[in-house]
Design a protein around this ligand. Structure first.
Ligand code: AMP
Ligand code: TRP
Length: 364
């Protein structure tokens, strides 16, 4: 059989995984990973409905990566990370389902990527513990996210929030990820993953892969109310963001109220006119253009008129996503099944890495 031939040509460490697999599709996806150039890992927290920033800045790019046959893509709904801050259990459960539905509605295909819920693969927490045993308090105390989220009384903040970057390193290293698409804010976390992989490789002889960031290609979408800040799920003002489930009326209203400035023509000058530049960036992203080509198409139009053009483009882009999202949200069994199948695939690779790390550090 051609398939067996392929297996035999794999390194022994990877062949071991196949011995335990009986699901043909899993085998095929693993063969694909091993023969691929890049292994890309990304995580998204199930906290609230994704907005245009998540969509244009991250999720849409994952769909492109998944469609590149030479790459293997893992997308994890990182629920363990989200409980590093208090979460209402019912709300969290709903957010996990709605994040799954959103990712599928946007175009992630569980046959072409590994889409899974982090807590379904216990290896993340186990590797995180092992990595945490070689991570100092001094190192973790410097992370900007810890400084900003722990508040003033650091003694009252929780250990999970403090060791958040270690869990993120475990996510990445478990799949021997070569690349991680990240915004600038996540670079310090990636550096920790690189350092830990090198430390374990040098001291224990593991074969962990130091991951590289994929940066720069990602569009930053700003808040519609304060265009100096990025659009964010945690902004108290819901008019600051367009959520992927917003209907046509909500999209139009939020864009009508978007903060611009006293000049009425449309230009793309992010530093001087951040509000208008943000509208142009959103319009360009929604219509598949580059921002610089937009002002020439709307000469003579006021920003108020232009907002309606942007609203139309955003609605056209989101309408099919919204429709698929609501259909998927009505099929909870399918969503759960998709997550469980994704976790089964993820476990095959995670098990191999964790076993290697445990053996190397002396855990029999
Ligand atoms: P978060 O919403 O912080 O969980 O981020 C999830 C993903 O969306 C990360 O890859 C972020 O870099 C990306 N992202 C979040 N907000 C924006 C934004 N305003 N513009 C572009 N990308 C964003
Ligand atoms: N910390 C990331 C964020 O807040 C989410 C995340 C968790 C992640 N694990 C990851 C991102 C691994 C990339 C790779 O956006």
């Amino acid at each position: 059989m051609a398939f067996t031939g392929k297996l035999l040509s794999l390194p022994a460490s990877q062949r071991a995984i196949f011995g335990k697999v009986n699901h043909r599709r899993c085998k095929q996806s693993l063969v694909r990973q091993i023969s691929q150039k890049k292994v890309i890992f990304s995580g998204i927290q199930p906290t609230g409905v994704p907005h245009l920033g998540n969509f244009f800045g991250a999720i849409e790019k994952w769909v492109d990566m998944q469609n590149d046959e030479s790459d293997a893509l893992y997308v994890s709904i990182v629920d363990l990370h989200s409980i590093s801050l208090p979460q209402d259990p019912d709300y969290l459960r709903n957010c996990i389902l709605s994040m799954t539905a959103t990712l599928l509605a946007v175009g992630l295909d569980p046959e072409r990527c590994v889409l899974f819920q982090q807590s379904h693969v216990p290896h993340h927490a186990e590797l995180s513990w092992i990595l945490g045993c070689r991570t100092t308090l001094a190192r973790l105390g410097h992370f900007p996210q810890w400084k900003s989220k722990a508040g003033n009384d650091k003694k009252a903040a929780c250990v999970g929030l403090f060791s958040y970057p270690v869990l993120q390193a475990a996510d990445i290293l478990l799949y021997r990820s070569t690349h991680v698409p990240v915004g600038d804010d996540q670079l310090p976390h990636l550096e920790l993953a690189q350092q830990l992989s090198r430390l374990f490789n040098q001291e224990y002889g593991t074969k962990l892969v130091p991951p590289e960031p994929i940066i720069g290609k990602f569009k930053r979408i700003k808040s519609l109310r304060e265009p100096e800040k990025k659009m964010s799920k945690s902004d108290a003002d819901p008019k600051s963001r367009i959520e992927l489930t917003d209907d046509k009326e909500a999209i139009t209203l939020k864009l009508k109220k978007a903060v611009t400035d006293l000049t009425s023509d449309v230009t793309f000058e992010p530093d001087e006119r951040p509000g208008v530049a943000n509208l142009v960036t959103i319009h360009a992203a929604a219509s598949g253009q580059v921002p610089e080509e937009i002002p020439g198409q709307v000469v003579g139009m006021t920003t108020a008129e232009y907002k309606m053009i942007v609203a139309k483009a955003v609605n056209e882009r989101l309408a099919p996503v919204r429709e698929r999202y609501f259909a998927l949200m009505n099929d909870e069994d399918y969503l759960m099944d998709t997550l469980h199948k994704g976790a089964e695939k993820a476990k095959l690779v995670a098990e191999n890495t964790l076993t290697e790390v445990k053996r190397c550090v002396g855990l029999l």
